[in-house]
Ligand binder design. Structure first.
Ligand SMILES: O=C(O)CC1=CCC(=O)O1
Length: 93
């Protein structure tokens, strides 16, 4: 099952820089592990924003929810999820 996910990061202005750097480093490692596993095949920066659009390819709504809830930046993000279905005009198998 594929999902288009929008993540908008809103770090508190008073979060100490060292704490923010630690959270971002954990986020990167967690994200890259999932990318390598194939569950997070695409991540794109939104130009001019601290936000991304990502494609997830996972087995269920619950699995996606678990992945998103475990993002180190989860407490500081607004997330929206669009479930995707195959388009009838898609030429790929
Ligand atoms: O920087 C972002 O868009 C938030 C984020 C998600 C995965 C990652 O590595 O950073």
């Amino acid at each position: 099952m594929k999902y288009l996910v929008h993540m908008d990061v809103k770090l508190p202005v008073d979060l100490p820089a060292s704490e923010a750097a630690g959270i971002k480093a954990k986020e990167k490692a967690y994200s890259q592990e999932l990318q390598r596993s194939g569950k997070w095949p695409e991540i794109w920066r939104v130009v001019g924003e601290y936000a991304n659009y990502s494609i997830f390819d996972v087995g269920s709504n619950d699995e996606l929810h678990d992945i998103l809830q475990n993002l180190p930046l989860f407490p500081y993000m607004e997330i929206s999820v669009v479930p995707l279905a195959k388009h009838p005009s898609d030429v790929k198998d």
